[in-house]
Design a protein around this ligand. Structure first.
Ligand SMILES: *Cc1c(COP(=O)(O)O)cnc(C)c1O
Length: 404
């Protein structure tokens, strides 16, 4: 068997080659105007991205991690505060919390959606916190004030925002969405009786345009969305050395601006995002249909209030490493998102969590496999993936029967 990939995990060449003329025009415009950082291309992209998300504003920054850090800071989280999030996410979520001067604490995920467990959050707030004399919510674990929660819309499916916002209101927490995997995902708000886009429900939300995301730049890029003009203003200062007027610095900020070329490329690609997301949903429906009879795997679950955009299509199986090896032999690329939950990462050993503190996240990390999922995936390629998954599942079943 040769090592040629029959089905790559991700194809980033085709979508760019398809748009080559439009994308190279962006470079030309940037060269001819010598506008490289900020400027009209950034402003145009910010307007169109805010419109896409259904928010009043969007602020383009240099990465998703910076977007999250600036959003957390601008929403009023103070150094030393606790910010709640999940252990089943990319480390950028907690890096941003720490870099804002806060301390992450975790709440386990829901086994069906892989997003923050609402019961877990409620239980944490009720049982693991107390009030100090001034009425501040204090974490018993760290004796620090708990001031914010960062739900992550993982794999392109939104967390249960109505419930999270209800608890946040009840306990006085700020909500910052990590929408880095969820550009265009939708949530049916039972409170507002309408569909809402990812990034439009919290006080602010962070998006990443890392090349492999549903909307990707040709380099590093990110954005914050918000309906709050005060938060937007603070983020514009934070990304630009704390200045609103050149060389007049109200605060110390960061070098977190977006390149004009990246903004132009993103603006061009944004026009295709809805169609790309629709194709991802079609592919997910087809995976679900073709794999429906397979009892050896657990497929993604979409609640009735969710329209996920399938940044990743993640299944679960007891012999995860065996399945990955089998698919590899068939020339099929896969991924694991993510193999080690954050509470068990060496970087967070100082938080002194144990595996059993978050049993769902700990278990799921040993069983998940991400199958190829990108808008240009063909029906033929998808059939190869499905056949390989089916062949492995049958073999695994036979083996387990013969063992018994
Ligand atoms: C990609 C990602 C980030 C960070 O984005 P960068 O642009 O790589 O800094 C944050 N959170 C999640 C969930 C992500 O997937």
């Amino acid at each position: 068997m040769d090592n040629h990939k029959n089905v790559p995990f991700l194809d980033l060449v085709t979508p760019h080659v398809e748009l080559e003329a439009e994308l190279t025009a962006v470079f030309r415009r940037s060269l001819h105007t010598a506008s490289f950082i900020g400027g009209s291309m950034v402003e145009e992209f910010e307007k169109s991205f805010a419109a896409f998300c259904g928010t009043d504003d969007s602020i383009a920054v240099s990465s998703g991690t910076d977007a999250l850090r600036f959003a957390i800071m601008a929403c009023g989280v103070q150094p030393g505060d606790v910010v709640l999030t999940v252990p089943h996410t990319f480390i950028a979520t907690t890096e941003a919390i720490s870099q804002a001067g806060a301390v992450p604490e975790f709440v386990d995920i829901d086994e069906q959606t892989y997003n923050i467990s609402v019961e877990g959050l409620e239980q944490y707030l009720e049982e693991q916190c107390s009030r100090d004399q001034s009425g501040k919510l204090i974490s018993r674990r760290s004796n620090r004030p708990v001031t914010a929660v960062v739900p992550v819309h993982l794999y392109g499916q939104m967390a249960d925002m109505d419930e999270i916002l209800r608890l946040a209101e009840k306990y006085g927490l700020t909500v910052v969405e990590d929408a880095c995997q969820a550009h265009g995902a939708e949530y049916y708000s039972r409170r507002l009786h309408r569909w809402m886009k990812a990034g439009s429900m919290g006080s602010a939300a962070a998006f990443s345009f890392y090349p492999g995301k549903n909307l990707g730049a040709c380099g590093e890029a990110g954005a914050v969305t918000t309906n709050d003009s005060r938060i937007a203003g603070k983020i514009r200062m934070l990304r630009d050395h704390g200045q609103a007027k050149k060389y007049y610095h109200d605060v110390e900020g960061y070098n977190g601006r977006l390149d004009a070329i990246q903004a132009g490329l993103l603006h061009t690609k944004l026009a295709h995002l809805a169609q790309w997301n629709a194709r991802r949903r079609e592919l997910a429906a087809e995976y679900n249909r073709l794999l429906a009879g397979n009892d050896a795997i657990i497929r993604p679950w979409e609640p009735s209030w969710s329209r996920a955009v399938y940044h990743l299509f993640v299944i679960r199986t007891s012999d995860r490493d065996g399945m990955i090896e089998h698919l590899k032999q068939a020339g099929i690329g896969t991924g694991i998102h993510y193999p080690v939950p954050l509470h068990l990462q060496k970087a967070y050993s100082w938080l002194q969590y144990k595996p059993e503190d978050f049993p769902v996240a700990t278990q799921v990390a040993t069983e998940i496999v991400s199958l190829p999922m990108f808008p240009q995936l063909t029906a033929t390629q998808q059939a190869l993936v499905v056949n390989a998954v089916e062949a492995f599942s049958e073999r695994a079943e036979i083996e387990s029967v013969s063992l018994a």
